[in-house]
Structures are given as C-alpha cells and as structure tokens.
Ligand binder design. Structure first.
Ligand code: ZN
Ligand code: ZN
Length: 185
C-alpha cells in the first residue's frame, strides 16, 4: 500500500533533518496558504520574500512552491524572521513576522552534552513552535504592494583573463576588455 507523505514529512524529507527552524517555516508557510487562498490566476506566481537566511526557507520551497531557481523565493538579509507573500498580478501583500519570544525560546544552548540531549531539545522545541497559539507565534499584516522577480542575465561576454563566460551585467567592460569579478579579485 502506498501511503502519501504528510506535508510535514515532505518538508523534512526535502530539508534533510528536523530542527526548530524548519518548524517555524512550516508554520509560516501554512498560515500563508490559508490566508492567500487559491491561486488568483493560472499564471500567477507566488513570491516569497524572506528577511533572513535560515532552515525555515526550505518549507516555502516545498509547501508554497517558491524556489530560489525561479527567483520566486527571495532573501534580503535583515536578520528578521519576517516573510512577505505576494501573488504576481495582484496588489495584496501578506506579511508574517515571527515573534521574539518564540525565537528566543528556540535558540539552542551553547553546547549539548550528548546527541540524545540535542535530539530531545530539538523535538521539544519543534512541539513548542507547532503547538503555540497563532497569536503567540506571529503577527499578520495585510496590505497593498507588489514584488518583482529578478531578471536573469541574457547577454554574455568572455573574460579576457580566465576565458569563461560572464554575464555582461557582472563584468567590468572597457571597450573589448572584459574582466569577470573573479579575476578582478
Ligand atoms: Zn534545519
Ligand atoms: Zn575571469
């Protein structure tokens, strides 16, 4: 018999381990799905803009189908667990900010005495994240705004020094003299 994986199992499979941060992402992603409802148009893409790098990002790649490769998952490092969700073609923005008490609680200790202690700590904190009330977990804001997808380079040049192809927008170009940023040093 083939039993379909739960969303949590899918996220953990993709992420590669269980940790409190992926639980944060899982919860944020599910709240966003509920708030945004169904895709407003066939070609609408969900953009997720995160304000910090963490394990949480992988939940959006699985549950919201926002990926780094397509540019629909974007990270602007501001050191904040703030997540902005936006369907292209609409003007509705959803902003989710994870509360400081949650983040303080799931900060790991300096060290663990054993792998078992680490595992117990992790499980306890995952339960804490998933079991907290939504009012304790985050603040939700809805507003008007938009996001854009980054445009990918389409014009290529060849670096004079290493001979490798480099996007023109990332190279130093003076006349025929093209130098990639690696070779500029
Ligand atoms: Zn993790
Ligand atoms: Zn080069």
């Amino acid at each position: 018999m083939c039993v379909e994986k739960t969303p949590w199992e899918q996220v953990i499979d993709f992420h590669g381990h269980t940790c409190p941060d992926i639980a944060v992402g899982f919860r944020v992603a599910q709240i966003a799905q509920r708030e945004l409802g169904i895709r407003p148009a066939l070609d609408a893409e969900l953009i997720v803009r995160a304000e910090t790098y963490s394990c949480a990002l992988d939940a959006f790649q699985v549950l919201n189908k926002a990926t780094l490769g397509r540019g629909t998952l974007q990270v602007e490092e501001k050191g904040k667990h703030v997540y902005i969700f936006h369907y292209t073609g609409t003007e509705n923005i959803l902003r989710i900010a994870v509360k400081g008490e949650i983040l303080g609680h799931i900060t790991p200790p300096e060290s663990f005495t054993s792998p078992r202690q680490k595992q117990n700590w992790s499980l306890e904190n995952i339960q804490y994240v998933l079991g907290s009330s939504e009012a304790d977990f985050c603040t939700l804001q809805k507003g008007i705004g938009s996001t854009t997808k980054p445009s990918y380079p389409s014009h290529w040049a060849t670096c004079r020094i290493c001979g490798e192809a480099v996007s023109q927008s990332y190279a130093q170009i003076e006349g025929d003299n093209v130098i990639c940023s690696t070779c500029v040093g």
